[in-house]
Design a protein around this ligand. Structure first.
Ligand code: NAD
Ligand code: MG
Length: 378
């Protein structure tokens, strides 16, 4: 991974994800969309581009992208799916695949994902599947997708049996993270992505967590230097971890800090608007620090420091804050043992010795874990 200034323009930073033949650049900067054509030019052939987006994002941001492609004479077609998690379904996947095949594409057609994590995951899996694999470019438009889902190559859709159970590893050829598009993102969605930003500090970068305590509001509210730095540092953290463990056999598991508890909360709320993923992760990270403090491995008081930071920006930190939910602790623990992170019947937990000191372990004190979950829920 390297960090350099691109020769194309000085208005963005470049981060290289080193994955051998599958290496790619992440560009982070303001108003990159207006220059889409010049950024994707190295990957465009005569067959042109198919842009996949959702209706909400397309309305706000597709015209700028298309104007750039038109200006450069790049042939393009569009497929627009409904906004929301429901588009990560077999039905929408089939529909998108059939629409694109009916266009008469070639192996050299480039797929472009313009949207949040839903569009990125769906379009990436469409690209992986069509003609046994087309190149694709990610243009993430939510904070969550800029700092998390667009980096790392995981693509896929949901099944009746659970989320993200059908998919493929398919690395993008390029990621364009335009920080200006976040200005149209609702605050609640922005905060959900911010929880994943905080996660990177908590995993292995305590200085980043300190920095976020000072700069959170600037990151969230203005398309300025702080936002760009937060996105860069988050992508760098994810890229660093993914480069060391592309297929999730070890280190990549650290990215699941707060997620085992978070997924249990999400599963109970039905993965809907009641509780966004990032909100569940915020609660999950607090539970993880709480149980590790109770087990005597993390300093007491850090849980409060983390919770008070998350709270200061407006994130919920306790499961009890979810309106209308009466949590059943046994059911939550049941969800955890059905999580994808279970291997050979054992759950790998992301534990912590304090801020910036996460590690994985199977040695969980189940009584203390139950008590920490109960504290969050009541
Ligand atoms: P999302 O894609 O549903 O976007 C959230 C909402 O914001 C949608 O309604 C969307 O239309 C709208 N939106 C997007 N960009 C906007 C903008 N700039 N302005 C205004 N509105 C905008 O959700 P998300 O949070 O980006 O992604 C969640 C998905 O990502 C989940 O399906 C999750 O499983 C997946 N994910 C994947 C990975 C991975 O490694 N592949 C990692 C984390 C999450
Ligand atoms: Mg996550």
């Amino acid at each position: 991974m390297s960090n350099q200034t691109s020769p194309l323009a000085a208005n963005h930073d470049v981060l290289r994800v080193e994955l051998g033949a599958r290496s790619y650049d992440i560009l982070v900067g303001s108003n990159l969309l207006a220059d889409t054509a010049s950024h994707i030019a190295p990957f465009v052939r005569k067959a042109g581009v198919v842009v996949i987006s959702d209706a909400t994002v397309a309305e706000r941001h597709l015209p700028v992208v298309l104007a750039s492609l038109d200006g450069a004479g790049i042939a393009h077609r569009e497929v627009i799916v409904p906004a929301g998690e429901k588009s990560k379904s077999f039905a929408v996947f089939e529909d998108v695949i059939e629409q694109i095949l009916a266009m008469g594409i070639e192996r050299s057609t480039l797929i472009m994902a313009l949207g949040g994590g839903v569009v990125g995951d769906l379009a990436g899996y469409v690209a992986a599947s069509l003609l046994r694999g087309l190149d694709f470019v990610q243009i993430p438009t939510t904070l969550l997708s800029q700092v998390d889902s667009s980096v790392g190559g995981k693509t896929g859709i949901n099944s009746k049996s659970g989320k993200n159970l059908v998919g493929a590893f398919h690395q993008p050829r390029l990621v364009l993270a335009d920080t200006a598009v976040l200005d149209t993102l609702p605050r609640r969605e922005m905060l959900a992505g911010y929880a994943e930003v905080v996660k990177y500090g908590l995993i292995d970068d305590p200085e980043f967590f300190d920095w976020l305590e000072q700069n959170a509001e600037a990151v969230l509210s203005n398309d300025g230097a702080e936002r760009r730095e937060a996105v860069m540092r988050s992508c760098a953290a994810k890229a660093r971890i993914v480069s060391q463990d592309e297929r999730e056999s070890g280190k990549r598991a650290l990215l699941n800090l707060g997620h085992t508890f978070g997924h249990a909360l999400e599963a109970e709320t039905g993965y809907g608007a009641k509780l966004l993923h990032g909100e569940a992760v915020a609660m999950g990270m607090v539970i993880a620090h709480d149980v590790c403090a109770a087990m005597g491995m993390a300093p007491a008081g850090e849980k409060e420091r983390i919770a008070s930071h998350l709270k200061s920006v407006g994130l919920p930190v306790c499961a009890s804050e979810v309106p209308g939910m009466h949590w059943d602790i046994d059911r939550l623990i049941g969800h955890m043992s059905r999580d994808k992170k279970v291997r050979d019947g054992e759950i790998t937990f992301v534990m912590t010795r304090g801020i910036g000191k996460a590690f994985t372990s199977k040695a969980m004190d189940i009584q203390k874990m139950r008590a920490a979950i109960t504290r969050s829920c009541h």
